[in-house]
Design a protein around this ligand. Structure first.
Ligand code: DLL
Length: 435
C-alpha cells in the first residue's frame, strides 16, 4: 500500500520546504499586485511593494484579507487572471450576505485535487479501493474536491452526493465501499441508520472515513469509529483556499498536516492581528502560494486553532494544525462567557450521549437563557420522570464544570432532533431577533 501520494513533497526537509515557500511567495505577491487592483490598494495603503517581500520572513508585512474584503470586491474583484482562463467556480455555503465566489484555472484544480489525493492516500486508500463520496456536489467544494482526488489516486469513485441515506447504504453494501467521505454529522447518521437496519460493524465493508467541513470532537470520532468499525480521519479546508485538502490527517491522528508547499499558515491574535508564536491558540490565516485565479494572501479564516511542527511519526514534515475548536463567529457569548458548541459536544459524548443535540439561546428580561436539547439513544430512553430528571441535572453539572455556566438540559426522545446530510446546525440563537 502506498504511504504517500507525493513522497518527495510530503516528506521534504523543512529547510527545503521553507526555501520553496519563499520562492513561491515572492512570485505570488508580484502576481497579485499586478493583477488584483483591490489588493494593490491594500498594499499601497500599508506602504508595501512586491520588492519588499524577499521570503517568508517578510510575510507579516502584507495586509490581511478578510471576508469583508471579499464581499466588497464581489464578484470578480479578487480574480487575478482573465476570465477565459478559468474553468470552474465554487462557492461558500454562507447564509448571510453575499457568498464568496472562488475561481479556478486548470492548474488550480490540479493542485487542489493533488491535495485531496494526499489526504485519501494518508487515510490508507489506493487503487482497488472504492470511495463513497457523500459530500454535496455542486457549488460546495466537498464533493468535487474529493472526487478529483479519488480519480488521481485511481480509486473507484462513487459520486453519491449527500442525502437519500437508504440509497447510500445500498450502494455501500452492494459495491463494498471501503472509504466513506462526508461530514462527521452525516457519518453519525449513516452509522445510526445502519444499526437500525441490523448491520453490526463486522458486516460493514468500510475501513476508513474522511470526515470534515465542520468541527467535530475527539469523542465524536471515537463514537463513529466504534459504530462503523473504521478509522476516521479529519480533513480541513475552505472554499477561499480551494476546498477540502488544505490540511489532512495521517495515521497518527494527532492533527492535520497542512499542505505547506501550497499554503502558508499563521496564527494571529484575532483582536490585534499580531502573529503569535507556534503553539499559541489564535485565528488561522492562510496565504495561497501558487494558485492562479483566486490567490488570496493572508486570508483570515476566523477558525480558532493551534499549529505544531513537532516531528510526526508518519514521516511527513509539513506542519500540523489541531482540530479547529470552532470559528470565532461560531463562538457564543452566553452571560458574558465564551462558549464553543464543541465544548458541549465533548461533555455529551464522553458521557455516552449522542451527537444529536441543539443549543437554543434566547433573552428573557435582559438575561440570556441557555437551553440544550439532547437526544436519548433508544437504549438510554426511559419514561421514568425521576430518572430523566436526574440525568438532566447530572449533565447540567458536567457542563457547568466544563464552561463555568449552567444550561438547562432537556433530554428528548430518540429521533426528535433533525439530522443533517451536510454541515450540522447546532445552535439556534433567538437573541438576534430581539437585537
Ligand atoms: O467546508 C471545505 C471542506 C469540504 C472541508 C469537505 C472538508 C471536507 P467551506 O464551506 O468554505 O469549505 O467551509 C469552510 O468549514 O473555515 C471551517 O470553519 C470549517 N471546517 C472545514 N473543515 C473542518 C474541519 C469546506 N475538519 C469552513 N474541522 C472552515 C473543523 C472545519 N472545521
Amino acid at each position: 500500500m502506498k504511504k504517500y501520494y507525493q513522497p518527495e513533497i510530503e516528506t521534504m526537509p523543512r529547510e527545503a520546504l521553507q526555501k520553496l515557500q519563499s520562492e513561491k511567495l515572492c512570485k505570488q505577491v508580484k502576481h497579485v499586485y499586478e493583477n488584483v487592483a483591490y489588493y494593490r490598494d491594500l498594499m499601497d495603503k500599508a506602504g508595501v511593494k512586491p520588492e519588499d517581500i524577499h521570503g517568508i520572513e517578510d510575510l507579516h508585512l502584507l495586509p490581511f484579507i478578510s471576508k469583508y474584503d471579499l464581499r466588497e470586491a464581489y464578484p470578480t474583484g479578487f480574480l487575478a487572471v482573465p476570465k477565459e482562463r478559468c474553468v470552474r467556480v465554487h462557492s461558500t455555503s454562507g447564509t448571510t450576505g453575499k457568498r464568496v465566489i472562488a475561481y479556478y484555472t486548470q492548474h488550480d484544480i490540479d493542485l487542489w485535487e493533488d491535495c485531496c489525493a494526499r489526504a485519501i492516500t494518508a487515510a490508507g486508500a489506493d487503487k482497488g479501493d472504492t470511495l463513497q463520496i457523500c459530500y454535496g456536489y455542486g457549488l460546495f467544494t466537498g464533493g468535487m474536491g474529493l472526487h478529483g482526488g479519488s480519480h488521481k489516486v485511481g480509486c473507484m469513485t462513487l459520486p453519491m452526493s449527500s442525502g437519500n441515506t437508504e440509497r447510500q447504504i445500498q450502494f455501500m453494501m452492494d459495491l463494498e465501499a471501503s472509504v466513506l467521505c462526508c461530514t462527521p454529522s452525516y457519518a453519525a447518521y449513516i452509522a445510526e441508520t445502519l444499526k437500525e437496519m441490523g448491520y453490526t460493524p463486522d458486516k460493514i465493508p468500510l475501513k476508513a472515513g474522511i470526515f470534515g467541513a465542520e468541527p467535530w470532537t475527539r469523542e465524536m470520532r471515537e463514537s463513529i469509529e466504534k459504530s462503523l468499525g473504521i478509522k476516521a480521519y479529519d480533513i480541513y479546508g475552505l472554499t477561499e483556499m480551494s476546498g477540502p485538502g488544505v490540511a489532512f490527517e495521517c495515521e497518527a491522528q494527532s492533527g492535520m498536516h497542512i499542505n505547506e508547499d501550497h499554503f502558508i499558515a499563521e496564527i494571529i491574535d484575532p483582536q490585534t492581528g499580531e502573529v503569535l508564536p507556534e503553539g499559541s491558540e489564535g485565528e488561522l490565516v492562510f496565504t495561497c502560494l501558487d494558485k492562479e485565479a483566486f490567490p488570496l494572501l493572508r486570508y483570515r479564516t476566523r477558525d480558532i486553532c493551534i499549529l505544531s511542527s513537532e516531528p510526526c511519526p508518519c514521516g511527513r514534515t509539513h506542519i500540523k494544525m489541531r482540530k479547529p475548536m470552532g470559528r470565532s463567529d461560531d463562538m457564543m457569548i452566553i452571560r458574558g462567557v465564551n462558549v464553543f458548541p464543541s465544548q458541549i459536544e465533548a461533555v455529551l459524548v464522553k458521557r455516552g450521549y449522542s451527537t444529536n443535540y441543539r443549543i437554543e439561546l434566547d433573552r428573557v428580561n435582559n438575561s440570556d437563557t441557555f437551553d440544550i436539547y439532547v437526544e436519548l439513544t433508544p437504549e438510554q430512553f426511559t419514561d421514568t420522570v425521576r430518572e430523566i430528571s436526574a440525568m438532566e441535572r447530572f449533565l447540567e453539572g458536567a457542563i457547568h464544570t466544563m464552561i463555568g455556566i449552567s444550561p438547562k438540559v432537556h433530554l428528548v426522545a430518540p429521533k426528535t432532533i433533525d439530522r443533517s446530510d451536510g454541515k450540522a446546525v447546532r445552535v439556534v440563537d433567538k437573541r438576534k431577533l430581539h437585537d
